[in-house]
Design a protein around this ligand. Structure first.
Ligand code: ATP
Ligand code: MG
Length: 140
């Protein structure tokens, strides 16, 4: 079985800090298969669309400016229980509260610049995959 899918981004802080390779290694070591991968930069509009659920939050402007401030690495990951297992691997949103050894504990700068994104449901994972990748870019 291919398992199910989650969507991730290595955020601009972790790309700028040189952590792409270490984060991808952690992802593979945890048993995820990378089925799509690209380095790109989000426009402000694309970041606003991605985080539209947060548009009324006070941190929305900071979040979308940061997410469009430099290159990111977007990926689609496959594993049984992919969404929940990936949220466990990345740790809490605030790296100060993230469990030791998690990607955010190891590589994030702070709450806003927190190294990685992970989908929060199977439904949102499918939406996020389609937002960033064409079907021809997925290698299941
Ligand atoms: P992500 O969706 O990026 O995987 P998450 O699901 O852990 O993170 P969300 O509640 O969806 O957290 O918030 C999205 C992002 O918005 C967070 O990853 C963080 O970068 C930013 N964010 C959330 N809360 C705050 C806050 N109080 N102050 C600043 N930035 C915040
Ligand atoms: Mg989220």
């Amino acid at each position: 079985m291919a398992g199910n899918r989650t969507f991730t981004m290595i955020k601009p802080d972790a790309v700028a800090d040189g952590h792409i390779g270490a984060i991808l290694a952690k992802i593979n070591e945890a048993g995820f298969r990378i089925v799509a991968l690209k380095m790109t930069q989000l426009s402000k509009k694309k970041a606003e669309g991605f985080y539209a659920v947060h548009q009324e939050r006070r941190f929305f402007e900071e979040l979308t400016s940061f997410m469009s401030s430099g290159p990111i690495v977007a990926a689609v990951l496959e594993k049984d229980n992919a969404v929940a297992d990936f949220r466990t691997l990345i740790g809490a949103t605030d790296p100060a509260k993230a469990a030791p050894g998690t990607i955010r504990a190891l590589f994030a700068r702070n709450m806003g610049e927190n190294a990685v994104h992970g989908s929060d449901s199977d439904e949102n994972a499918a939406i996020e995959v389609a937002y960033h990748f064409a079907v021809t870019e997925l290698f299941a």
